[in-house]
Design a protein around this ligand. Structure first.
Ligand code: MN
Length: 210
């Protein structure tokens, strides 16, 4: 994955129509080729005047956003966040037959939320509760516990000390063409195409750090 300046829009790890019937090809094309591309272009534009910051990875920019020059903190948060959050979202989708988590992640979900069904219910509520544009995330917190958080706009949980496991983009551009204003239908469709293998790998990596 392209982690350093100049950032390029790496292709999706699947075809644009791979998530049909849950997400349509046109939404995927616009979402990846236009929305994500814009964040990448904006981020490169900001960084072109800051050679030192060009050596920072996407994650390092987001971890250290508070120590960046004050005039670029918000633009970096918005655009490095926009790149990280979207890549994380697209990588987190899969048409694999694996519809539920397993291993340590499943154990942690059962422990943290009571059961997989209760987790799904809470995550659905969180994703619905995002007012306006943002994301819902499953993250590992600094105590090593799995928790659900939401972020507004393109804010990234990395900047808040969380280690991300899974996310859903609930900006309207992620679903409006197919699901219109019915965010709940999009969220329920998304549960069919979660890349649990990726989420498990993320969780295991998070647990090495926290
Ligand atoms: Mn988006």
């Amino acid at each position: 994955m392209n982690q350093y300046y100049p950032f390029v829009n790496t292709p999706l790890p699947y075809n644009y129509d791979a998530m049909k019937p849950f997400i349509d090809a046109k939404t995927m094309i616009l979402h990846h080729d236009r929305h994500l591309q814009t964040y990448i272009d904006n981020l490169n534009n900001i960084l072109k005047d800051y050679p030192i910051l060009q050596k920072y990875s996407l994650e390092e920019l987001l971890y250290n956003v508070d120590s960046l020059p004050s005039n670029i903190q918000i633009p970096i948060l918005n655009n490095a966040g926009g790149v990280f959050n979207h890549r994380f979202y697209f990588d987190g989708l899969s048409r694999s037959k694996t519809k539920i988590p397993s291993g340590r992640l499943l154990n942690a979900i059962n422990q943290g939320f009571g059961s997989l069904d209760k987790f799904i219910e809470q995550f659905q509520k969180a994703a619905l509760s995002v007012f306006g544009s943002g994301y819902a995330w499953l993250v590992v917190n600094e105590d090593g516990k799995l928790v659900i958080v939401t972020t507004p706009n393109q804010n990234c949980p990395l900047s808040d000390g969380y280690c991300p496991v899974l996310n859903i983009d609930v900006w309207e551009h992620a679903y409006y063409l197919k699901h219109y204003n019915k965010r709940i239908d999009y969220i329920n469709d998304w549960f069919h195409i979660i890349n649990w293998k990726m989420a498990e790998a993320n969780y295991n990596m998070c647990k090495q750090v926290y």
